[in-house]
Design a protein around this ligand. Structure first.
Ligand SMILES: [Zn+2]
Length: 259
């Protein structure tokens, strides 16, 4: 690259929650970036701090563009986040719609969130020994949405479906995922093992006698057993607390849609 060539300049404007990734001086305003041509738009977006997985729509000089679009001197770039609840035409989308039965893979710090998502019935892979490289590969090969608190992971080009969690508390993170991917209607609570992600099957109290408290047997409460790790679930106080929380999640989601 010749040192004599002046850099090119383009203006950038990021919308809605994408601003959370920008330094304070660049949020909610148009700013200029200098670069040397040819520069793919996705590189410029990521160098501004925004993972490409957060981006749903890019307009260059008012026209919808894909990630490989080369940016030239004087271009105006507008970058929008996912429009889960807004109606935008299919040809403006950068990728297929979010998978209808969404599956997840979680980074190594999100074990508690994995448990909550499984409790809600979602397929959530979690292994506390997985490397970033493995997480990216699993996400791509199995069409799983990669959940992480690490923006760097989402900058791998192989990640097409990924989401950077804003919340730090695991229960709030679960609510965030349900709201973000509009999952309230897809919840199947207490159908999946919180420990290993396998589906649960119904078991008769007699079948699991000796492995559950006597009063559960006497009340003939419904009992489920994991088909893989044989963990047994019954409707104790934890179950009742969790059921209340799930009802609140559903109510919040319905309220949000009515707004
Ligand atoms: Zn299990």
């Amino acid at each position: 690259m010749s040192a004599n060539l002046p850099p090119s300049r383009a203006s950038f404007r990021f919308y809605a929650e994408l601003n959370e990734h920008l330094p304070p001086g660049e949020r909610y305003c148009t700013f200029e970036k200098e670069f040397f041509v040819p520069a793919p738009v996705t590189d410029l977006i990521e160098s501004a701090g925004v993972p490409h997985t957060e981006v749903e729509l890019i307009l260059v000089n008012g026209e919808s563009s894909d990630f490989s679009r080369l940016i030239r001197d004087g271009d105006r770039v507008a970058v929008y986040p996912m429009f889960e609840s807004l109606d935008i035409t299919p040809e403006l989308r950068l990728r297929e719609r979010a998978l209808r039965q969404p599956k997840f893979v979680l980074d190594v710090h999100l074990g508690k969130l994995a448990g909550y998502l499984r409790m809600l019935g979602f397929d959530a892979l979690y292994d506390n020994r997985a490397s970033d490289h493995e997480l990216v590969r699993i996400s791509a090969e199995q069409n799983r949405i990669l959940l992480t608190r690490d923006r760097g992971v989402l900058k791998h080009s192989a990640v097409t479906h990924g989401y950077w969690l804003r919340e730090t508390d695991s229960r709030r993170q679960a609510a965030e995922v349900v709201a973000r991917f509009d999952l309230a209607g897809l919840m199947r609570p207490f159908t999946r093992c919180m420990s290993c992600n396998a589906l649960l099957r119904e078991a008769s109290p007699a079948e699991v006698q000796g492995r559950i408290p006597l009063d559960v047997v006497e009340r003939r409460d419904p009992v489920t057993e994991c088909s893989v790790c044989q963990h047994i679930y019954w409707q104790g106080s934890h179950y009742r607390r969790m059921r209340r929380w799930i009802e609140q999640l559903s109510a919040a989601a319905t309220g949000a849609r009515d707004l």
